[in-house]
Design a protein around this ligand. Structure first.
Ligand SMILES: C=CC1=C(C)c2cc3[nH]c(cc4nc(cc5[nH]c(cc1n2)c(C)c5CCC(=O)O)C(CCC(=O)O)=C4C)c(C)c3C=C
Ligand SMILES: [Fe+2]
Length: 430
């Protein structure tokens, strides 16, 4: 463990004795004389709140998702309510500066996902300097925040040129996605050298996380594009109620469950021998900003809407069946229906882990909502999953009458950071 991370892990090892760095956001409120706010929020004891995620009991009470582990959190983790996703361009050519930033990001990510402040905190060490933490999450619990990092193709090579000595380490699975039929991709909503997916049950917590990482990365990275999401459109917890997308249909009924170790091992986690060793335990992420022509959809008959998916709208039952979770009879669905085309039985068993969110970003100037699905899918090898599936959907899905893909990006998400002292990207750069 290096000295910096030793300090970060200190509270756990010293029975909760806190230094200024790594302060619980809730403890700060308490110490500032707002202990009532902690009690009113029903968090439990101040002792637990001040300890962040340093004990299992405190973790349960403060709604932490563990940051350290074999796999990154935010992939098989039960889907949170809100998303802030950011893609960054690396603006330096200095590899050491990039590595330094990744180490600082890791420390900050471990703090914020544990409900603690960044670095010296929001009050700052000296009044003459800007505080390390921007402060807008003070008093808020961790809200099940997860931060997931990914590396895009252009981090490894750009215009055929090696970047940071990484070209030889670019995984073959990290392909430049092909142009699919119907794509209307916008450059300012596509690509990126690095991505951070921030998911939390409170949007302010997710936004705070991205903002603070962007702040730490100043001079090394610029935000290329970002996307806010709400109303999760998928579920990795089959026992919970399936959420609905903006078309009013249950979305996520047949997905890979976060508890399905076999399914995750087969379809999501990169395994030894799959390619680049540094990706073992990681996963490939495809992000697509898919705009819905909501106004046209809202004028379509219920019959047409149900034919589009091959499932009923209210119950979500597959055609010819009664209940949402009844096994589908694909032959009973229209030949071009979305579910018939996307189901594993129509695709040699292919499955992806979907983790998308709805978005509405105002209007488009033509009186139409700029709304849709920010589609996120994790997989073990994009060449064998998203690419063939989207090729097929782009060619014949009835849903294409109502949607347009306007943004696209692809990232290699490395394995988890196992313990304090390790850092995001260590398996790639180390
Ligand atoms: C390339 C993969 C997929 C894209 C792009 C995609 C876009 C998209 N999907 C919906 C709504 C629904 N999708 C549903 C199921 C479903 N979708 C995909 C893949 C893509 N979807 C898969 C693999 C599946 C599962 C099929 C199965 O195994 O049965 C459903 C049905 C409910 C469910 O099972 O989740 C809905 C509804 C929208 C609106 C959309 C683009 C805007
Ligand atoms: Fe779908």
């Amino acid at each position: 463990m290096d000295a910096e991370n030793e300090q970060q892990a200190a509270p756990a090892e010293t029975g909760g004795v806190q230094q200024r760095a790594g302060l619980s956001r809730r403890a700060v409120i308490g110490w500032a004389g707002a202990g009532v706010a902690i009690g009113a929020a029903g968090v439990g004891t101040v002792a637990a709140a001040t300890m962040g995620s340093d004990t299992p009991a405190a973790a349960a009470q403060s709604q932490d998702v563990p940051f350290w582990g074999e796999h990154q959190s935010g992939i098989s983790t039960p889907v949170q309510d809100r998303l802030h996703f950011a893609a960054f361009d690396v603006i330096t050519e200095d590899r050491d500066a990039l590595v330094k930033m990744l180490k600082e990001w890791t420390k900050a990510a471990a703090s914020i996902t544990g409900g603690r402040e960044v670095g010296g905190g929001a009050v700052g060490v000296v009044p003459q300097s800007p505080p390390d933490d921007t402060g807008e999450a003070l008093g808020l619990p961790a809200s099940r925040l997860t931060l997931t990092i990914g590396f895009g193709p252009t981090l490894f090579e750009k215009d055929g040129q090696d970047r940071f000595g990484l070209k030889a380490k670019r995984p073959e699975a990290l392909v430049d996605l092909p142009k699919f039929k119907g794509d209307r991709l916008e450059a300012n909503r596509s690509g990126g050298d690095i991505c951070i997916q921030a998911c939390a049950d409170d949007p302010q917590v997710a936004v705070h996380a991205i903002r603070n990482l962007a702040r730490i990365g100043m001079g090394v990275v610029n935000v290329r594009w970002s996307q806010l999401g709400f109303g999760k459109t998928s579920s990795t917890t089959p026992d919970s109620q399936t959420p609905r997308n903006l078309m009013g249909f249950k979305d996520g009924t047949h997905n890979i469950a976060g508890t399905d170790a076999d399914g995750l091992g087969k379809h999501v986690w990169v395994a030894p021998g799959d390619g680049q060793d540094w990706m073992t335990g990681g996963s490939y992420l495809v992000a697509r900003r898919i705009r819905m022509t909501i106004e046209t959809w809202d004028r379509a008959s219920l019959q047409d809407q149900e034919d589009t998916f091959g499932r009923t709208k209210i119950e979500g039952a597959p055609y010819g069946k009664q209940k949402e979770r009844d096994a589908p009879d694909l032959a009973a669905m229209p030949a071009t229906s979305h579910v018939r085309l996307a189901h594993p039985d129509s695709n040699d068993g292919l499955m992806i882990l979907r983790r998308g969110y709805s978005f509405t970003d105002g209007t488009d100037g033509l009186g139409r909502l700029d709304a849709g699905l920010f589609f996120l899918a994790y997989q073990r090898d994009t060449r064998k999953a998203f690419v063939p599936l989207q090729t097929k959907l782009a060619a014949s899905d009835k849903l294409n009458e109502y949607i347009t893909h306007v943004g696209s990006a692809h990232f290699a998400c490395p394995p988890g950071v196992r313990k304090p002292g390790e850092w995001w990207g260590q398996t790639l750069f180390g």
